[in-house]
Ligand binder design. Structure first.
Ligand code: NDP
Length: 420
């Protein structure tokens, strides 16, 4: 396997190394307060942007309930990861030629853990709106956990006989991680954090927001239902196609350190739920044409996203399989890898990102247009995917050389055909 991430490379030009290092520090310093800021704007000012002065004084300490919920949820998923039924899938070949085995029991864990959460509420152990009530303390609890856990990951990588892509800069290595696939026995920490407590927690936080809206206003509005349903579909879809995660960038190439760990456990569940959080106390409804338009946007985006991703996944597993009913067209590279140039992959180099962006916009629209904060997700996600595409492009150019240029000449558009 090539070394893909120039970001973690010690022989980078000095200026680029400084930029990367500064970015890493800024992210660790600024992103956690930013999560509190968004939460605070919504619960204290109804979504209006307010001065962040005095924010730190408002950061809540963990509560016993938030600690119990987080660790209860986390260890429920640890147990499910170990014990739940599921087939074994194999990751892409590693530099030594071996392939790691992964237990693909996410779909079972998804339904089972949601059923457990429903049971906990049904039998009165927790109130259905508890994740709204405990949002701030939970955010603190999980933040503390991820910062500490990332030290453990750092240590695990450092003591591993084969630390991967390290820079010998403690802060940067803590941020990016020291190992590609840190494991305890056969328990894969990266896949677990990427795919379990945070991802399903996102769905559960949304449900709790809907319950809170009902508790406070005796209604669950259509915008709330749309947001919850869209997010539920997105996460459930992930589990229906669980194997596909093994060929994504994060699993193939990204070390597991603070960046991924914090992103998986804090960023995803606590910022992707911002629309539902906002809707708790905004009980507007939508006209029929608005609902139809938003549903159409989401489902079109979903279809593009899903079909594109699955097409590449199937092609990589079986290059003879028909693409849109015809023999696939592809480029054979000198590395031996094939690059698909027909079907969805003949339209743009990352049409999957375009579908994802369409869905992202559909998730924001139900909040209407009173506050820019509720459009945070689509703005952030556009930046993320444009940056990700650039990074992937650089990586592929390094990996495939002139073959990649041939591919780009054939498939001209990066993300949106005719525009970008
Ligand atoms: P991709 O699944 O698009 O994978 C990119 C890799 O695919 C390349 O590095 C290359 O790897 C291979 N590839 C590129 N072009 C071709 C081709 N024509 N034929 C065959 N293989 C090709 O990217 P990501 O892993 O970034 O994204 C996966 C999905 O996850 C996307 O839908 C994205 O929108 C979504 N996503 C969602 C996020 C969220 O927070 N909701 C965050 C990030 C991503 P190689 O050749 O080395 O195999």
């Amino acid at each position: 396997m090539e070394k893909p991430s120039a970001a973690a490379h010690p022989e980078l030009p000095k200026w680029l190394w400084v930029v990367n290092f500064t970015g890493a520090v800024l992210m660790m310093v600024a992103l956690p307060p930013f999560c509190y800021y968004m939460w605070n704007c919504i619960v204290e000012s109804g979504g209006a942007l307010v001065s962040p002065v005095g924010l730190f004084a408002k950061i809540p300490a963990p509560t016993l309930t938030s600690v119990e919920i987080f660790f209860g949820w986390f260890f429920l998923h640890v147990i499910l990861q170990i014990a739940a039924p599921g087939k074994t899938a194999y990751g892409l070949p590693l530099p030594d030629g071996g392939r790691l085995a992964y237990k693909m029991n996410g779909l079972f864990s998804f339904w089972f853990s949601i059923a457990v959460a429903v049971g906990v509420v049904y039998f009165g152990f927790l109130s259905p709106g508890v994740l709204y009530d405990q949002f701030g303390p939970l955010l603190t609890t999980v933040n503390i956990f991820t910062f500490v856990f990332s030290f453990y990951l750092y240590w695990l990588g450092k003591t591993s006989p084969t630390p991967e892509r390290t820079t010998r800069n403690v802060i940067y290595d803590y941020f990016m991680g020291m190992a590609l696939n840190p494991r305890i026995g056969s328990f894969d920490l990266k896949l677990f954090c990427e795919a379990r407590p945070g991802l399903i927690g996102w769905v559960l936080i949304n449900f709790s927001m809907a319950a809170k809206q009902y508790q406070l206003h005796h209604t669950v509005t259509v915008p709330m239902i749309l947001v919850c349903a869209f997010h539920f579909l997105y996460v459930a879809d992930y589990y229906f196609n669980e194997d596909a995660v093994l060929t994504t960038w994060d699993i193939k190439y990204e070390n597991f350190g603070w960046m991924l760990c914090w992103g998986d456990l804090v960023w995803v569940p606590f910022t992707y739920t911002i629309q539902a959080l906002y809707l708790v106390n905004h009980t507007h409804e939508l006209p029929g044409w608005g609902i139809a338009g938003i549903v159409a946007l989401n489902m079109t985006g979903y279809a593009i996203f899903r079909l594109t991703n699955i097409q590449k996944h199937r092609f990589r597993n079986d290059p003879t399989r028909l693409v849109w009913g015809k023999k696939p067209e592809y480029l054979t590279t000198t590395t031996g890898s094939l690059l698909l140039t027909s079907g969805w992959w003949g339209i743009a180099r990352h049409l999957n990102y375009f579908g994802d962006l369409m869905m992202g916009l559909a998730w924001c629209l139900p909040t209407l247009f009173d506050h820019p904060l509720t459009y945070f997700y689509i703005v952030y996600f556009t930046i993320l995917l444009v940056h990700r595409e650039r990074r992937d492009n650089n990586f592929c150019r390094t990996k495939y050389g002139a073959d990649w240029d041939r591919y780009c000449a054939k498939v001209r558009w990066r993300i949106i055909p005719g525009i970008y």
